[in-house]
Design a protein around this ligand. Structure first.
Ligand SMILES: [Zn+2]
Length: 130
């Protein structure tokens, strides 16, 4: 099942991220993608190199959810953002800050967190302390 394979690859990636060893895959043209890809989604190159993810990313878009689907009931309200880290964009729940205070341009770092509703690990984005 291809879905299972993808989950497995992402799970390993979350392990690495939780250990502070997050990385992305970069092709010879500097396009970024995330595991478990084996082919560059932009140009089809198969020569992908593991590249350390930058420590901080920048939020590009953010959506605040006040009325969630039942699966995320306990987590609401929450902000979901897309942040750019070097060559890749990552989608995650913004943690450690009032959801309404999240705005584009905010600097964030990865924080692997556990959903209060499902108990599953999810990718979190935590504002960088300054
Ligand atoms: Zn490429």
């Amino acid at each position: 099942m291809s879905d299972d394979v993808q989950d497995e690859g992402f799970d390993e990636w979350l392990d690495a991220a939780a250990d502070g060893e997050a990385y992305y895959l970069e092709c010879p043209e500097s396009h970024g993608s995330l595991p478990p890809r084996r082919v560059c989604p932009d140009c089809g190159a198969t020569d992908l190199a593991e590249t350390p993810l930058p420590d901080a990313g920048t939020i590009e878009t953010v959506t605040v959810t006040h009325v969630p689907t039942p699966a995320f009931e306990e987590d609401a309200p929450y902000a979901t953002a897309i942040a750019r880290f070097g060559g890749v964009r990552l989608t995650g729940q913004v943690v450690g800050v009032d959801p309404d205070a999240v705005e584009t341009g905010l600097e964030v770092e990865l924080a692997v967190t556990v959903s209060e509703t499902t108990g599953e690990r999810v990718l979190g984005l935590e504002p960088v302390d300054r």
